[in-house]
Design a protein around this ligand. Sequence first.
Ligand code: UFG
Length: 332
Amino acid sequence: MRIFVTGGAGYVGSHCVRELCGAGHDVMVFDNLTSGGHREAVDDRATLVVGDLANAELVQGTLSEDHFDAVMHFAAMLNVNESVSEPLRYYHNNVSNTVSLLQSMKACGVEKIVFSSTCATYGEPPVAPLTEDLPQEPITPYGRSKLAVEWVLRDSAAAWGLGATALRYFNASGAAADGSLGEDRDPEYHLIPLILQVPLGQRDHIKIFGTDYPTPDGTCVRDYIHVEDLAVVHRLAIESQAPGEFRFYNVGTGHGASVREVIDAARKVTGHDIPAIEAPRREGDPAELYADPSKIMRELAWQPAYPNIMPIVETAWNWHKAHPQGYASVGR
Ligand code: UFG
């Protein structure tokens, strides 16, 4: 298939582009190389067009130059806290730009899309594990922007035959097994890369946000899903996408790890004692979020290759150790 990948220079996008190229697909990456996108992360077998989705003319011009079979849409803003203070930027980038992308797709006859959604569309669900039939009641503009796009996709599938899959990721983490691709964001705000900054000598300690949650060790539980597992899921989704069908899946391992468990795994993997300081809760953090992935396992015949936290942290450490300054370390 010929596939147009927005955000293909970013963290999840770049791993997915490598997976698609490896499976023989013909990939064009469209990325503005800001907010986490890096030229060095784009697979050599793919073509890179540097541009912004807000430039509808460029998007439509690029899509019309050649026939594309499908789009994978990663490009988005994803800092939950920032979305609370800057909702218009989030709705503009995540919703308006997606509507405009879909208009270009429709004009150019591109009728399949896989979309990066999030478990944040469920808000603070009262139960775990999370199944897809739980009500979607997001509590932040970020989560609401992703849910709004799911509605647009659902309506487009019904109205003009778009084939769309929304993949509701849990916590994307880890790095390519060969250590050549990984997470590089500035500023960084995700747990695993922040923990690994301690053994790298880039911070003194990690803060644990909240130790009084109703979980076994009092810290938040999350479902850490390896980025290469996510990449495989995207490939399976696009290869099986039928026209006119809207599908949605939770994508996680089905197991949770607490903040303390992740820190312990990092201590074992790095051999560093990683001092941890107990801090107040971070606003808006649900106690426990982990997926029931049985729907995607059944329908796409998928199994995670990394079901446990230790090897996930190991791959992240391989990447960060070899690239302490992220992609700026490439070639040094
Ligand atoms: N945490 C700490 N200390 C830190 C950073 C994080 O204790 O320094 C805790 C958080 O409180 C949370 C857990 O570690 O309990 C994971 O935090 P992350 O910020 O790494 O991830 P989140 O679960 O908050 O959010 C992630 C993505 C969002 C996405 C969400 C659900 O960042 O974009 O998963 O998909 F919406």
